[in-house]
Design a protein around this ligand. Structure first.
Ligand code: ASP
Length: 439
C-alpha cells in the first residue's frame, strides 16, 4: 500500500508541529511520499514564511537592502532545525537565495523557497530522499501546468525511490525557471504525486478534522462530513467551503484515488474521505450547506419573450462581451433573471444595462443588489421527495423571503437566493431542518 501525505503550513510551523508530523508518518509504513508546505503561522497574528518571502523579494525588486528580512526567514528555519535536534545547516542554500534575489530571479522563485527549504529539513528529519519539485513538476513555456509530461517524469523518478520528500507549490518551466501554482498549491502537488504513484490514498493533513456540514461561524458545532464525492465537494467549495485548493481534486480524480482530509493536531480523527462515488448516503439526506454573499440580480422583462428565438443568447452575449461570468439564470415566460458577482458587475453596470437595452429592447430592466446564494448539496437528495418543501418550510418559519431557487436535473444541489441580511438565518434554518433532527 502506498500513501501520499501532504502537510499544510500550520502542520509544519514549528519543531513541535514537525514532531507531530514525524509521529504520524512513522505510525504507518505506507506513508512513504511526503509533500510539505512552507512553515505557516505559529499563532494567529504570526506571518507565513511564504508571505515573508514575497515581502523580502519585493524589497530586492525595489533595489533595497533585504538582509534583515532574509535573516528573519532563516531564523524561522533554524528554530525548527534546532528544535528537532538535527545536524543540518542551510547556510549554503541561503547564500544561493541571496544571490538569486539580488539577480531578480522572480517572484515565483522567491515564494517557492519556503517549500524547498522545508522539504530539505523534512527529508533530513525522516531520512527520506529529497526530490526537488523543479525536476518533476513541469510547466510549459507559457507557464501552464503540463499534467501529462509531469505524470510521466514524476512516475519515472519516483519509481527509483523507496520513500521521498517532494516540496509542494512549485515546479519549473522548460528553461528551468521556477513557477508556482496559485496560493495553497501544495495541495495540488500532493494530488499530482498521488496520481503518478497510483497511490491507494492521498492524505491531506491540515488543522481541521475535515469538512463540516456548515460553516462553524454560522452554525454551532456543525456535523463533520465523513464521506463526500468529488462532485459534491466542487459544489460546496465553489460556494465558499474552503479546506482544499480548488484544483487539487483533478489529478487524483483521473486515477480514482480518494483524498482523506486529516487533522495533524487530532490524528485519531478519521477526517473526511473524498471519493469518486459511493453507495453510502448521509443519514440526514444532505451532505452540506455553503453559501456566499455579494450577488446582483438583473431581471429582464419583455412581453412575448418566449417566442423570440435567440433572446437568451443575446442577453448572455452582453455579459460575455463585458467579461462577466453569470452564476444562475432562472427564467419565466416573459422574464429572465441573471445572477452575477456584485464586485465583477458594479464597475460595468451602466455599460451592461445600455447594451442590454440596445440588444434585446426589454420592457423593464430591474436590478437588485446585496443578494446571497446558498447551496444545499447532497447525493442523498436524488429521487427523494419533499426536500424543497422542507427547505421552504424552514425558511418560512425563520421569516426569510426566498428570492430565487434553482435545482439542476442532477438533483445534487439546490441553490437558494436570499438577501444578504438573511444569509445567516437562512443557513441556520436549513441546517436545523435536516441535521440532526432527521439523522
Ligand atoms: N506556501 C504556499 C502558500 O502559502 C503554498 C501552500 O501552502 O500550499 O500559499
Amino acid at each position: 500500500m502506498v500513501k501520499v501525505v501532504k502537510f499544510g503550513g500550520s502542520s509544519l510551523a514549528s519543531a513541535e508541529q514537525f514532531k507531530k508530523v514525524g509521529n504520524i508518518i512513522h505510525a504507518d509504513d505506507s506513508r512513504r511520499y511526503v509533500v510539505p508546505s512552507a512553515p505557516g503561522k505559529r499563532f494567529s497574528d504570526d506571518t507565513k514564511v511564504t508571505d515573508m518571502l514575497y515581502k523580502c523579494y519585493a524589497e530586492a525588486e525595489a533595489g533595497k537592502n533585504f538582509d534583515k528580512q532574509l535573516k528573519a526567514i532563516k531564523e524561522r528555519y533554524n528554530e525548527i532545525i534546532k528544535g528537532l535536534g538535527l545536524k543540518l545547516s542551510l547556510d549554503e542554500q541561503f547564500e544561493t537565495i541571496k544571490k538569486k534575489f539580488s539577480a531578480l530571479a522572480g517572484k515565483d522563485y522567491a515564494a517557492s523557497r519556503g517549500e524547498y527549504l522545508n522539504g530539505i529539513i523534512m527529508a533530513n528529519y525522516l531520512g527520506y530522499e529529497f526530490v526537488d519539485a523543479a525536476t518533476v513538476i513541469c510547466f510549459d513555456k507559457d507557464g501552464e501546468f503540463d499534467a501529462e509530461k509531469t505524470n510521466q517524469v514524476m512516475a519515472e523518478r519516483l519509481a527509483a525511490t523507496e520513500s521521498a520528500v517532494i516540496p509542494g507549490f512549485y515546479g519549473a518551466m522548460p528553461n528551468g525557471a521556477v513557477k508556482t501554482f496559485s496560493r495553497g498549491g501544495s495541495d495540488v502537488t500532493g494530488s499530482i504525486v498521488a496520481r503518478a504513484l497510483k497511490a491507494d490514498v492521498y492524505e491531506n493533513w491540515t488543522d481541521v478534522s475535515g469538512f463540516l456540514a456548515a460553516d462553524p461561524r454560522i452554525v454551532e458545532n456543525p456535523q463533520p462530513i465523513t464521506v463526500i464525492t468529488y462532485k459534491e465537494l466542487r459544489e460546496l467549495s465553489y460556494m465558499g467551503a474552503s479546506v482544499l485548493h480548488e484544483s487539487a481534486i483533478f489529478p487524483v480524480r483521473k486515477e480514482g484515488i480518494p483524498i482523506n482530509i486529516r487533522n495533524t493536531n487530532a490524528p485519531e480523527d478519521k477526517g473526511t474521505m473524498i471519493v469518486e462515488t459511493t453507495c453510502s448516503i448521509p443519514d440526514c439526506t444532505i451532505t452540506g450547506i455553503a453559501g456566499k454573499k455579494g450577488f446582483v440580480s438583473i431581471s429582464i422583462d419583455k412581453d412575448m419573450m418566449n417566442s423570440e428565438i435567440g433572446f437568451g443568447r443575446k442577453v448572455l452575449q452582453v455579459f460575455e462581451d463585458n467579461g462577466i461570468s453569470f452564476e444562475h439564470m432562472p427564467s419565466g415566460i416573459d422574464t429572465m433573471t441573471v445572477f452575477v458577482h456584485q464586485d465583477e458587475f458594479v464597475e460595468k453596470e451602466q455599460k451592461v444595462l445600455a447594451e442590454l437595452h440596445r440588444v434585446v429592447k426589454p420592457d423593464v430592466l430591474e436590478l437588485e443588489s446585496d443578494l446571497a446564494l446558498i447551496a444545499v448539496v447532497g447525493r442523498g437528495m436524488k429521487n427523494r421527495s419533499g426536500i424543497v418543501g422542507k427547505i421552504f418550510t424552514a425558511l418560512a418559519d425563520a421569516k426569510v423571503n426566498v428570492k430565487m431557487i434553482d435545482q439542476g436535473s442532477s438533483e445534487l444541489n439546490i441553490i437558494i437566493g436570499v438577501r444578504n441580511k438573511y444569509f445567516n438565518d437562512a443557513v441556520k434554518a436549513i441546517y436545523a431542518a435536516f441535521v440532526p433532527g432527521d439523522c
